[in-house]
Ligand binder design. Structure first.
Ligand code: G3I
Length: 354
């Protein structure tokens, strides 16, 4: 099932798909702003995460289609959806997201093959035999990455491998069974075997505010390359707090780009409620949010064009954000609940460089 192709794509300066309640105020008392579509303002692909159940939302789908050029399944291409209790696989939801991307001329980005945080029971029950485990690990990656071969432009092959304090790499069932570095090398090699063309990424978070974690992440990339892993890109999730100090994003992107690989800002949002309390006046948090979106846009668009893989927002409307499920008062994205662009959207576009 693919969506109705007659989706009107906004052109020129246009208010994004808006709620009719013109009097409704955007959080922080901001009035709606007029912006060009994100995808036409940027000189690189602009992504968003999407869930299969959102593809039936008549106000969200036109907003995605008018603003976005790449989609990342928010959770349906992960083991938690694909691997059933009996060890068999299901693909209905990711296939629907892939079909939506194709029907709307959007790129598809695969997220994520191996993550310490997701170890389905079917794999845990394999634990006793290493050879069987290694086969199941390879078969999973071949099945999933192979299924979207020719459509997925890239994959987060390994997600969040670095310890939060920057002291080494995380333990997981994958590392215990197949080796701390080796399980990652194998994951990249199996993904390459499944898809000869997709750009293969190592993805992580807090690389902006934790320089030690960023340094360990970069050393891991170098170790993977040295071990023969076909890694082609680095993903920095960019889940930020609105009181992050100016310059941190720029420093992080410059460091990451120094590896010479593709760079993907893979999951950006800027929380107003997760701030670390360093800002005395909390009323300044919306302005801090806009400043960070502008800095991220400027720093990313200042990278060499060959390294600008994509800039992905982890949701378009505040109400779609995972952070909203944690704190309903949060408003971390570029568009408000009604789909109207906020000052942060204008700031992100304002930060773009040709
Ligand atoms: O939609 C189903 C619902 O139908 C079902 O009844 C319910 C019961 O299990 O599950 C719902 O799906 C949930 C899904 O989010 C949609 O809300 C999944 O359980 C839940 O696990 C899933 O959480 C996702 C999480 O990753 C784990 O996969 C979040 O949406 C997603 O935003 C979050 O994204 C991560 C990135 O992958 C990695 N970086 C951090 C980022 C934020 O945590």
């Amino acid at each position: 099932m693919t969506l109705d192709r007659r989706i009107v794509l906004g052109g020129g300066l246009a208010l994004a798909a808006c709620d009719r309640r013109a009097d409704a105020q955007i959080p922080g008392g901001q009035t709606p702003v007029a912006i060009p579509p994100l995808r036409s303002a940027a000189a690189f692909p602009v992504g968003v995460c999407v869930q299969e159940e959102q593809l039936g939302d008549p106000s969200l789908v036109p907003l995605i289609a008018s603003q976005i050029s790449q989609v990342t399944p928010e959770w349906e291409m992960k083991m938690e959806y694909i691997v059933k209790d009996d060890g068999s696989f299901r693909f209905e939801a990711p296939d629907r997201i892939a079909a939506f991307a194709k029907a709307n001329g959007m790129r598809l980005f695969g997220h994520t093959l191996i993550w310490y945080a997701q170890v389905p029971g079917a794999f845990e029950r394999l634990d006793e035999k290493r050879a069987k485990f290694a086969d199941a690990y390879r078969n999973y990656i071949l099945a999933v990455a192979g299924r979207y071969r020719g459509q997925a432009v890239g994959w987060d092959v390994v997600n969040e491998a670095v310890a939060e304090d920057g002291n080494g790499w995380r333990d997981s069932l994958w590392s215990k069974k197949l080796g701390k570095l080796r399980h990652m090398v194998l994951a990249f090699q199996h993904a390459r075997e499944a898809d000869p063309d997709a750009v293969l990424f190592l993805n992580d978070y807090n690389l902006e505010n934790l320089p030690k974690k960023r340094a360990t992440f970069m050393k891991l990339v170098e170790a993977l390359l040295k071990a023969g892993a076909p890694i082609g890109g680095v993903g920095t999730q960019t889940h930020l707090a609105a009181d992050l100090a100016p310059g941190e994003i720029t420093r992080a992107l410059k460091d990451l780009a120094s590896l010479g690989l593709a760079v993907h800002v893979s999951e950006m949002d800027v929380s107003l409620t997760r701030s670390r309390g360093v800002l005395k006046d909390r009323n300044k948090l919306p302005a801090g949010q806009s400043r960070l979106y502008a800095e991220a846009a400027e720093a990313f668009s200042s990278l060499p064009a060959a390294q600008r893989f994509a800039f992905t927002h982890w949701g378009l409307r505040d109400k779609d954000s995972w952070l909203k499920r944690e704190n309903p008062a949060d408003a971390p994205l570029l568009f408000d609940d009604a789909g109207r662009p906020k000052a942060a959207a204008a700031a992100w576009i304002g930060g773009l460089r040709a």
